[in-house]
Design a protein around this ligand. Structure first.
Ligand SMILES: NC(=O)c1ccc[n+]([C@@H]2O[C@H](COP(=O)([O-])OP(=O)(O)OC[C@H]3O[C@@H](n4cnc5c(N)ncnc54)[C@H](O)[C@@H]3O)[C@@H](O)[C@H]2O)c1
Length: 467
């Protein structure tokens, strides 16, 4: 009898879990057992279209761009696309559900260069009307996570290229939808992982590809950012959307800032791939504690039982045997850190602050002078070319400007984008896979292969091949 009850409880939880992480065909998993859940998570789904690996579209002389979502992040997209400048890109339309927010960006654009995009606002689905316009080549999406996929799918179906904020999707099924729709429509679907364009990250990428690190075996990376105050703010995020994810879900909710650059150093989807992960979260205490301190009219005042553990550690093993530690901590008082640690057979690097050691040094990092020599010798050509503009326009130290400049430049030149939909899916799917692992007691969970076998092809990253 007792065992029966336990089994029934597991089945109920399994069904809830299948829905939470968005297993393809979740509803049929009402009776799933643990192994069936794990098998479903990594299954390769058939796709109706042809692969978009290396997708090239005809050069677009001046890209006509639109931005959907003009909050903290989207306002930056509009500002920086404006800075990339007429001749390369023109903003034809912008959208935010909030009229005042949309008008704030319009006002900025009119006063800074005189662009005058059409404004879509004031209703839940104004973005659909925007996407019906025929003077848009590229749409960037910076809305709360739950809107990313429906907006991106519809945009591609209307023939637009899309670039989506991070993470692009947070269920397995939605990752597949992005892949299948990009293939069906033969449109670009890029993940806007700005950290891949950081000065330090591009320098490291250049060193790795030039052989300075030898063979790469191990990396550590993270998103460690104390967001407590912002999560509980009644106004910072639209309708407090972000804390609701911490309330309901436990795993690595925001993996790509740390992982994206590491995936590029290690050539994931370009000769290697993520094979499986195990994930473990610590107990949650920080959000409960903070909830006691906020004003009593805050809807999260005195709330307890937030699901998200204070620290999530996820370990990924690659097909070729590499391993990567990815951490997620948005609630402790640890200062901001993405770690950016990389160990090869010839060299080692860690970030915060950036320090490096090279073969033969037993105890010490390189001296400042030696370190600077590496910085100079291996500075990435894109940063060398755009440094002044990046400094002037900023955006996380210039990386945001470089990312958008580069996205537009690839479209202007008709060369493949640096990150494709398979990167978007493989980096974003860490979230639901880590949730599954955590819920099932930190068991190994295999990755789906979104490339359907093509990960093994050795391909050079665009930003190295055509900087
Ligand atoms: N890459 C980075 O460094 C970085 C930094 C911050 C945020 N982000 C990402 O950017 C995205 C947005 O985050 P944010 O901090 O700007 O959040 P935000 O709440 O400030 O902005 C979201 C915006 O979407 C708008 N919106 C909501 N529903 C809409 C709808 N139906 N139609 C049109 N607009 C709608 C809201 O009014 C709001 O202005 C998230 O995916 C987040 O993870 C990335």
């Amino acid at each position: 009898m007792k065992r029966d009850l336990k089994r029934r409880a597991f089945l109920k939880n399994a069904a809830a879990l299948a829905t939470l992480v968005g297993l393809p065909g979740a509803l049929t998993f009402a009776n799933a057992d643990r192994n069936e859940l794990l098998d479903a998570a990594c299954q390769t789904l058939p796709g109706p279209g042809k692969s978009v690996i290396g997708l090239k579209v005809p050069p677009i002389k001046e890209v006509k761009a639109a931005v959907i979502g003009l909050g903290n992040r989207g306002e930056e997209h509009a500002r920086l696309l404006n800075a990339v400048g007429p001749g390369k890109v023109k903003l034809t339309a912008i959208c935010d559900i909030r009229v005042d927010v949309a008008n704030r960006t319009l006002d900025f654009l009119q006063k800074n260069g005189g662009q005058n995009p059409a404004v879509y606002s004031g209703k839940e689905e104004a973005w659909k009307e925007l996407l019906h316009r025929d003077d848009i080549d590229l749409v960037t999406i910076a809305t709360p996570w739950e809107y990313h996929v429906p907006m991106a799918l519809y945009a591609m179906q209307q023939g637009k290229h899309v670039a989506i904020e991070v993470p692009c999707a947070y269920t397995i099924e939605d990752c597949w939808k992005l892949v299948n729709t990009a293939e069906e429509t033969q449109r670009n679907c890029m993940i806007l992982e700005n950290v891949c364009y950081g000065d330090e990250e591009m320098w490291l990428l250049n060193m790795v590809k030039s052989g300075v690190f030898g063979h790469l075996n191990y990396a550590e990376c993270a998103y460690i950012h104390n967001l407590k105050e912002l999560l509980f703010s009644k106004t910072y995020y639209y309708k407090m959307w972000r804390i609701r994810h911490n309330e309901a879900r436990d795993g690595n909710l925001y993996p790509t800032h740390g992982l994206g650059p590491v995936a590029q150093y290690m050539g994931m989807n370009r000769g290697d791939r993520f094979d499986f992960l195990v994930s473990m979260s610590s107990k949650q205490a920080n959000l409960d504690a903070y909830a006691r301190e906020v004003e009593s009219d805050n809807e999260f005042f005195n709330r307890t039982e937030f699901k998200h553990g204070d620290m999530n550690n996820t370990l990924i093993k690659s097909q070729l045997g590499r391993s990567i530690l990815v951490q997620h901590d948005v609630t402790t008082d640890r200062p901001y850190n993405r770690i950016n640690m990389l160990a090869g057979t010839k060299a080692f690097h860690k970030g915060y602050p950036s320090q490096m050691s090279v073969q033969g040094k037993e105890h010490d990092f390189l001296s400042d002078d030696d370190y600077q020599e590496y910085r100079l010798q291996y500075a990435h050509p894109l940063w060398t070319k755009l440094e002044k503009e990046a400094e002037k326009n900023g955006g996380h130290g210039g990386m945001d400007f470089i990312m958008l400049w580069r996205l537009v430049d690839c479209l202007n030149r008709g060369v493949p984008l640096d990150m494709d939909v398979y990167d978007a899916a493989a980096w974003s799917v860490v979230t639901p896979l880590s949730e599954l692992s955590v819920q099932l007691g930190s068991v190994p969970v295999r990755f789906p292969d979104f490339t359907r076998g093509r990960w093994a092809e050795q391909r050079e990253l665009g930003v190295m091949a055509n900087p």
